[in-house]
Design a protein around this ligand. Structure first.
Ligand code: SF4
Length: 367
């Protein structure tokens, strides 16, 4: 069982908050897909069993022409894939693209909406309007796509609680199968970071961000969604299999610039450099030198971000008795304070109402 991730680092333009590896220069898309194919053939031996989930992420995969998307689907093994996701941006979702996706093996679409208020979209540099996003969603549904996830951001410049509720309610009315909602992170090097430094907007204060998150949890629950990870909500049976496999330490192979891979014990990554990637035919993979303690801490972090939590039995099996003793010693303060709970079966979890302070809880547990 293995996941396959393909990174498409091209976008139409750079959003003001974005620090993902992506470029608006699309002159080398064809050569890039050639390199992806070469990398796949060179590294397919690293796959740990049949490919069960595929994720075309970016960047903006929908910025690629259809013939290149078709080529990608031809060289990757899809016969055992239960979930094949493609990220799209609303401005790319034409009738042609929606019909092409519906007729292809892709069975899940993830669309970045971020907000349904035009002034908020403008300040963060999105190229689509609220109307475009709603139309794109309707087009995907009309084409027959049954599994659609949407992304939203809260804590945006100029956003109020009322405008957040408008975006949230409007998105939930569209009845997505899955919702990912993140609080805005201002990252150095982005346009929004520079705008904040120049005093061009006031950051949303922490208490307001907390209120927005609480509304998100309440409204998503009201819409029948399960809150299965800090930032992820799904209708029953619609949890993202691909993302869940990251949280379950299922091995995955990541192709393309900036992509990460995990074979069950070692993590590898491809440096974010399109020119070298194309020049080497995708062979610029480097190995992460992760220590055992870093692996343990990664595991603690990803498991405690999920509502399923961290099974101490599974932890003991993976990392041994001594590490489990240290984990439980570190957990005692948060267990006593109630921010962390433990089930009778020994599963540690953070209750939903404390998800927002999960960073503090998790850092206390780290070895
Ligand atoms: S479309 Fe996505 S990856 Fe591209 S610049 Fe915007 S946020 Fe970044």
């Amino acid at each position: 069982m293995s996941g396959l991730y393909l990174h498409i680092p091209f976008c139409h333009s750079k959003c003001a908050y974005c620090d993902f590896f992506s470029t608006p220069n699309r002159t080398r898309v064809e050569e890039y897909v050639d390199a992806l194919e070469k990398e796949f053939h060179a590294r397919k031996g690293e796959l740990n069993g049949p490919v069960t989930t595929v994720y075309l992420g970016g960047g903006t995969p929908s910025a690629l022409p259809l013939n290149l998307l078709e080529r990608i689907l031809e060289f990757i093994p899809l016969e055992n894939a239960r979930e094949i996701t493609m990220e799209v941006n609303p401005e790319d979702v034409t009738d042609d693209l929606a019909s092409w996706i519906a007729a292809s093996e892709i069975n899940r679409v993830s669309m970045g909406i971020q907000s349904l208020i035009d002034s908020e979209l403008k300040i963060i540099g999105r190229r689509h309007s609220a109307r475009d996003a709603m139309d794109a969603f309707a087009r995907l549904r009309h084409a027959g796509i049954e599994n659609i996830s949407v992304d939203l951001i809260f804590g945006l410049p100029g956003q109020t609680h009322a405008s957040w509720l408008h975006s949230l309610d409007s998105v939930l009315e569209m009845k997505p199968d899955h919702l990912s909602a993140y609080s805005l992170m201002l990252e150095p090097g982005t346009r929004l970071w520079a705008m904040r430094q120049a005093g061009k907007f006031r950051e949303t204060d922490e208490a307001e961000v907390e209120n927005m998150y609480r509304s998100l949890c309440d409204k998503a629950a009201g819409a029948g969604m399960e809150h299965y990870e800090i930032s992820n909500f799904a209708m029953p049976g619609k949890q993202s299999l691909h993302n869940s496999s990251y949280w379950n330490l299922t091995p995955y192979l990541g192709l393309g610039t900036g992509a990460h891979s995990f074979d069950g014990s070692t993590r590898r990554f491809n440096p974010p450099d399109i020119k070298s990637y194309i020049a080497t035919g995708g062979l610029i993979t480097e190995t992460d030198s992760e220590t055992v303690t870093e692996k343990i801490n990664d595991y603690i972090m990803i498991r405690l971000r999920t509502s399923a939590g961290l099974s101490t039995a599974a932890f003991r099996e993976l990392f041994g008795h001594e590490a489990t003793e240290s984990l439980m010693a570190n957990a005692s303060r948060q267990l006593a304070g109630g921010l962390l709970k433990q089930t009778a079966a020994g599963v540690l979890y953070i209750p939903e109402r404390h998800f927002l302070v999960s960073d503090t809880v998790i850092s206390d547990l780290m070895l």
